[in-house]
Design a protein around this ligand. Structure first.
Ligand code: ACO
Length: 328
């Protein structure tokens, strides 16, 4: 029995913040942002909209693509580091917003690698015959944890959600994954306050400790190394070669990171799907949105082998090897 991706979907809030807009907010320039990151604009959710709202829309879009009703879903797994609340889980809130109840619903906290972790969990839930069909969604409102006085992070981040419907099938689809983590790098990428270590207080708010903090330079190098490792490991594990892969769907943290991975692996840069210029880094939502856009642009044909690859807070890094089964 196989586990296939039956449909993909995405949702991006309408508000666009361009690099010119960022110039009005912090001491930066379109030229700096473009040359250092590849980003030209990003989306921001309006006040009152939260990750579950974005996630719900992405799942509905994916259900449409899969030609199913959301009632057919046995489970909802939501990857997010910007949940609506500590609890209930964003997955439960999405379930309710979809008018559903009684499903399996829980969140996955693996930062930018969350969707890839989710696909592997979903594969196992289905392959063990526990469930037949589910949605893996990644929904992020990064703008809510972005410090708009810190030019080194605020120009990078955006909001969005992406989803995939996964289901049991006679065909082979999600072949397998490589998942990894290292908590030793906690302070390179984190939100210091707001949890049980340093609960929110006047002090944490005054000192902007509830926002995301990042050490960009060391992360840049680690990102290239770990993403190359994730690709090599998943290919080795399933006896495949780089040449067998038609398209790589990478996390969109920095254009130079993606090109660095392609160069180190000696793979053509054209095999990497890139949409960072339009949306920036949306944490876990980058990969499923990129997958959905690549699918809708007709860049993935039935029978193609594709790879996802990501890297992010945790640190976590991961890759999924997928045979595409949609299309004629
Ligand atoms: N505009 C103008 N100048 C800036 C800006 C800005 N927005 N940000 C930083 N600078 C300045 C710095 O102050 C520094 O100035 P100085 O030389 O006078 O001190 C100079 O630009 C160079 O700064 P660097 O940090 O060395 O710039 P770098 O080329 O490393 O680019 C970046 C920074 C884009 C953050 C890069 O390091 C990067 O992409 N790192 C990896 C990010 C990543 O992968 N994060 C993980 C995922 S994020 C997540 O999980 C949500």
């Amino acid at each position: 029995m196989g586990v296939v991706i039956e449909g993909t979907g995405s949702y991006l809030p309408e508000i666009v913040l361009t690099n010119k807009d960022m110039e009005m907010i912090v001491d930066t320039s379109d030229e700096w942002i473009t040359t250092r990151t590849g980003i030209k604009e990003r989306r921001v959710a309006p006040k009152g909209m939260a990750s579950s709202d974005l996630g719900k829309e992405a799942i509905l879009d994916a259900c449409k693509d899969a030609k199913i009703s959301s009632e057919e879903l046995d489970f909802i797994l939501c990857a997010t580091i910007t949940p609506d609340k500590f609890f209930p889980s964003t997955a439960c809130l999405i379930e309710h917003k979809l008018g559903l109840k009684g499903k399996v619903a829980f969140d996955i906290s693996a930062a930018c690698s969350g969707f890839l972790y989710g696909l592997e969990i979903a594969r196992n839930l289905i392959e063990t015959n526990t469930y037949k069909k589910g949605a893996v969604v990644a929904a992020e409102c990064m703008s809510r944890i972005t410090d708009y006085t810190d030019r080194s992070t605020c120009v990078l981040l955006g909001d969005g959600a992406g989803a995939a419907i996964v289901s049991s099938s006679e065909e082979e689809g999600i072949i397998g994954s490589f998942l990894a983590s290292d908590g030793g790098y906690e302070e390179l990428l984190h939100a210091p306050a707001g949890g049980s270590r340093l609960p929110s207080s006047f002090y944490t708010v005054e000192n902007r400790l509830n926002f995301m903090k990042m050490e960009g330079q060391p992360l840049f190098k680690i990102a290239i190394i770990t993403m190359c490792e994730a690709i090599n490991k998943v290919l080795d594990k399933y006896g495949m070669k780089k040449e067998d892969i038609s398209l790589v769907i990478p996390h969109q943290a920095n254009l130079r990171i993606i090109l660095g991975v392609a160069k180190n692996l000696k793979m053509p840069a054209e095999k990497f799907f890139i949409n960072i210029e339009k949306y920036g880094n949306m944490s876990a939502a980058c990969v499923p949105i990129a997958l959905d856009h690549a699918h809708r642009k007709g860049l993935i044909k039935k029978g193609d082998y594709i790879l996802t690859v990501s890297f992010g807070g945790g640190l976590t890094w991961a890759s999924n090897l997928i045979k595409w089964t949609k299309g004629d």
